[in-house]
Write a protein that binds this ligand. Structure first.
Ligand code: ASP
Length: 409
């Protein structure tokens, strides 16, 4: 897609979002009927995710050349992602202690939402065992991306060790990767209408909780949003500039379509195809780095989610009048970081994973019910930051020494 068309589509997406909010608020029933147009867009993105993740990881891994380079790149990627997630959680914990949004709010209306209830008792051990798929097709059909990534890493690594015998298979996946990216471009053309219909539908559906955005939960929402903004417009741009010398403003504008899609879909995974397109084609990040780093980022790197989980846990503690010691806050720091890694890139996943954080410090799960009503909105905000963080990770890793060498295969 050329730059001019890309810009027109981006403007269309932003206009679609604004119009969607207005129409959703003013003529909700009509927008609920138009919702299927949004589902068409969303399904279009989702349909390429599984083949794209597998092909992209395999192409990424095999183009890294040898197992040592793969090891170094994986290590750097995971370290970078963990470090930035840690920074964002720290910002969240500091803010929630300063603003104290939960003090003086009563816990009337606390309940455990169904989807959270089914995750009761989930531990970090479950997250680890879930990494190895017992059946890759089942993982694919149920949209479990992380196990697919683990399999593709292994598959790609083994393929590149096969020499001549592996080459045709690698070429096949290179072709699949390219074809999927072409489909993504076609789907993006539908973006403005998709964004309009999805945002309109979600606003129409949540009209009744819109007043909470400005009343009781106001300070909580402010805390989350200020935290996300600090991470997105101060921490991450500084990192981008320091490591890559790229202009953060230009990088941000080039990511526009992906960020608009993230806000609209509340899913890093569904956004992944657009993220790859923006990072590779518009921001010119090394394709070998992007195709390896981005699928990983969409599933394990969630800066916004981690910040959100820490803020929400401390907010619930404040509502229940529970004084959390320094030690307990350190536990929240660690579990929020780990829970964000384990959260799937789908709507509400971060809030469901709060079970782990709350359990770790003995807070009542019912507290989740207090924040559930506005999760549809905060989920969008944190998903946008998640995707922004992934894209910066790709730029930084693309700048490292492994990618200054020419492609080997
Ligand atoms: N919706 C988020 C994402 O896809 C995860 C979350 O619920 O925080 O990145």
């Amino acid at each position: 897609m050329d730059r001019k068309t890309g810009n027109i589509i981006l403007i269309g997406m932003v206009a679609g979002a604004i119009l969607g909010v207005l129409c959703g608020y003013l003529m909700g029933d009509f927008m609920l009927q138009l919702r299927f147009l949004g589902t068409v867009f969303l399904n279009g993105l989702k349909m390429v995710v599984v083949p794209l993740v597998v092909a992209s990881m395999i192409v990424g891994v095999t183009s890294l050349g040898d197992i040592r380079t793969l090891g170094q790149t994986s290590f750097k990627t995971v370290t970078f992602y963990m470090a930035t997630t840690g920074m964002s959680v720290l910002v969240g914990i500091l803010l929630v202690n300063i603003i104290q949004p939960g003090v003086g709010i009563d816990n009337f209306g606390a309940f455990v939402p169904d989807v959270v209830d089914s995750s009761r008792g989930k531990t970090l051990i479950d997250v680890v065992t879930g990494l190895i798929p017992s059946n890759i097709f089942q993982a694919a059909s149920s949209g479990k991306i992380l196990p697919l990534i683990v399999f593709s890493l292994l598959f790609g690594g083994v393929l590149s060790s096969l020499g001549e015998a592996g080459k045709p298979v690698i070429q096949l996946f290179e072709g699949i990767n390219k074809a999927m990216m072409k489909i993504v471009v076609i789907v993006i053309y539908f973006g403005p209408i998709g964004v309009f219909a999805l945002i309109g539908g979600i606003v129409a559906e949540n009209r009744s909780s819109l007043d909470q955005l400005v009343s009781g939960m106001g300070w909580y929402i402010v805390t989350v949003i200020v935290g996300l903004l600090i991470h997105a417009i101060i921490t991450l741009p500084i990192i981008l500039k320091l490591f890559t010398r790229k202009s953060p403003v230009q990088y941000f504008l080039n990511m526009g379509q992906a960020l608009a899609t993230a806000f609209t879909t509340a899913s890093s995974t569904a956004t992944l195809p657009v993220t790859i397109e923006c990072v590779e084609e518009k921001n010119n990040v090394d394709k070998r780095a992007a195709s390896f780093v981005l699928p990983l980022g969409a599933t394990i790197n969630m800066d916004g989610t981690a910040l959100y989980e820490a803020v929400a846990a401390l907010f619930i503690a404040q509502i229940y009048g529970v004084e959390l010691s320094m030690g307990a806050q350190v536990i929240i720091f660690l579990t929020a970081t780990l829970a964000s890694i384990g959260a799937a890139g789908i709507p509400h996943a971060g809030t469901v994973m709060m079970v782990i954080v709350l359990d770790a410090v003995g807070l009542p799960l019912e507290g989740i019910g207090l924040i559930w009503a506005i999760d549809w909105f905060l989920d969008r905000c944190r998903t946008t930051v998640n995707v922004w963080g992934d894209s910066i990770g790709a730029a930084v890793i693309g700048q490292t020494s492994e990618f200054s060498k020419p492609k080997l295969t």
